[in-house]
Ligand binder design. Structure first.
Ligand code: DGP
Length: 134
């Protein structure tokens, strides 16, 4: 028996409000409900994070993200989405079973804040680029 909380939801050992399920993955409402309809898409097979998951599973999951998000758009009237996957503690991952957050957006003060700091005046873009492509 797995200690992983998401594996327990997959195995119906603990309840989850499942909104989509197929052979490969599951989508269920995130307990925190950052905004109404906040949903997690997870693979049924346990992978720790996005870099571990195989390409077929990952591509299937992103199709499911689209299906689930369209349903949220239709049923809850979401105006947009933030699609997020946190990898490792440094990035805020608290459950180490790969998952994709679907965070519906309704207005600018709806509970989710994406803060992308503009560091363009501080960094050497050429230096970073060269490191990546050399
Ligand atoms: P992250 O921090 O990216 O690893 O996201 C984990 C999310 O999982 C977090 O938003 C809360 C949610 N979560 C944790 N435990 C449970 C649970 O038992 N049930 C459900 N539905 N969601 C959970």
């Amino acid at each position: 028996m797995s200690d992983c909380i998401f594996c327990k939801i997959i195995n119906h050992e603990i309840p989850g409000k499942i909104v989509y399920e197929d052979d490969v993955c599951l989508a269920f409402l995130d307990l925190s409900q950052t905004t109404d309809g906040h949903t997690l898409v997870i693979p049924k097979q346990h992978f720790n994070h996005i870099l571990d998951v195989d390409a077929d599973t990952l591509s299937h999951m992103i199709k499911v993200v689209q299906i689930v998000a369209k349903n949220i758009e239709n049923k809850l009237g979401a105006k947009g989405f933030n699609i997020v996957s946190n990898m490792n503690e440094i990035a805020g991952q608290s459950v180490h079973h790969f998952h994709i957050h679907i965070i519906p957006r309704y207005n600018e003060s709806d509970g989710f804040k994406a803060i992308y700091t503009d560091r363009s005046n501080e960094v050497d873009l050429d230096k970073i680029y060269t490191k990546l492509v050399d």
